[in-house]
Design a protein around this ligand. Structure first.
Ligand code: SIN
Length: 364
């Protein structure tokens, strides 16, 4: 340094300061690029279902919009965890995001989610979305807070159909059948009301249980039934729309709260848009799945006539009353009232079609 003329010393010092700043900026950049925030999103269904496609859609939006600051790793088909395990994994932070079906929150100690499992409670999707997006949805999410979980969105799948290796036309056909259900007390009561024996089982185990005769039948929306190839091992399917299956997208609360504010805002927006996307594809995915099962020719498809739906509904109605206390009478009543409100609005539309919708829900 002593040999450098004084005039040049200033230049050298400036250069070295610039160099240090560049090195610091580069290091920061590479650290950021090398260490994105990772969201492990685990789920149990196939990628080509409404939930599977929405998970991939969210990944795309989240990664693009955070410019790589967030990396979403989607693990479909119970690759990481089965039903019950994934809830535990979320709570301990082994995964950050899930979208379990609404029937799987009971074991967490929040039985009110089983509202969605009540047979024939939602006569249409309008009623369903109003319930999900209104006070009831908000109340349900608030119940998750003390469990260390934050609810982000409700996703749709669809109404459930019944399958078995014998025709399921009348209620009597259910007598003695072993039917796989999700871990919901309401679903247990529903199957008992039909005279069947409910068997709780993880989703990933259903195909082989049906194949080996461990259970005789099951219920699910068509997209799940088809993508798990259940139609290969079920000779009969009844389009009964007797119940509903949807999802709550949930995250580990601490992880979510600790995110930088700008990242959380981007992810919230991405989730909002993904929810619109998901609800738009759900019905078509189920319609396509039904068409594919029909084309496969392995399963006889029976569409339950309106008059018989009424009988099925009457048979299962006792379940609503039975669960008033566990779910909350106010919540159940609120769904009835919402359904009635939707019905009134539809009827008051000019050119409203003559009313012959599916039965349900019961009268408030
Ligand atoms: C799911 O859609 O996530 C699985 C539903 C089931 O367990 O039947």
């Amino acid at each position: 340094m002593a040999l450098i003329p004084t005039a040049q010393k200033g230049v050298v010092m400036k250069l070295s300061a610039t160099l240090s700043a560049l090195v610091l900026a580069f290091t920061t950049f590479t650290c950021q690029a090398a260490d994105p925030i990772v969201i492990k999103f685990s789920h149990v269904v196939a990628p080509d279902t409404p939930k599977g496609r929405a998970a991939d859609h969210f990944k795309k939006l989240a990664e693009e919009r955070t410019r790589g600051r967030v990396k979403v790793e989607v693990y479909p088909n119970s690759q990481l965890y089965k039903d019950r395990e994934e809830m535990e994994a979320l709570q301990i932070g082994a995964v950050q995001m899930l979208a379990p079906s609404l029937a799987k929150f009971g074991p967490l100690g929040v039985r009110s989610f089983e509202l969605f499992d009540l047979p024939y409670i939602f006569p249409n999707k309008e009623t369903l979305y109003r319930v999900m997006d209104g006070d009831i949805g908000r109340k349900l999410f608030s119940l998750l807070d003390p469990k260390g979980i934050t609810g982000l969105a409700f996703w749709d799948n669809g109404f459930k159909q019944m399958s078995a290796n014998r025709p399921l036309h009348s209620v009597e056909d259910f007598k003695g059948l072993k039917l796989r259900i999700q871990s919901s007390k309401v679903l247990e009561a529903q199957m008992k009301a039909l005279g069947a024996n409910p068997q709780v089982m993880a989703f990933s185990e259903v195909y082989s249980a049906l194949q080996q005769g461990v259970v005789d039948g099951t219920e699910n929306p068509m997209s799940n039934l088809y993508t798990q190839k259940m139609h290969e091992v079920q000779r009969h399917l009844t389009i009964s729309d007797h119940g509903y299956l949807g999802y709550a997208v949930i995250v580990n609360k601490k992880f979510w709260d600790d995110l930088p504010n700008d990242v959380r805002a981007i992810l919230n927006k991405a989730m909002e848009e993904t929810t619109v996307f998901e609800r738009n594809i759900a019905q078509k995915d189920n319609d396509d799945a039904l068409a594919k099962v029909r084309a496969a020719g392995t399963t006889h498809i029976y569409v339950l006539p309106f008059k018989d739906r009424v009988v099925w509904q009457q048979t299962m109605l006792s379940v609503h009353k039975e669960f008033e206390e566990k779910i909350g009478r106010d919540m159940i009543q609120a769904v009835y009232l919402t359904a009635a409100e939707v019905e009134r609005e539809k009827a008051s539309q000019p050119n409203a079609p003559a009313r012959k919708t599916k039965p349900g829900p019961v009268k408030p």
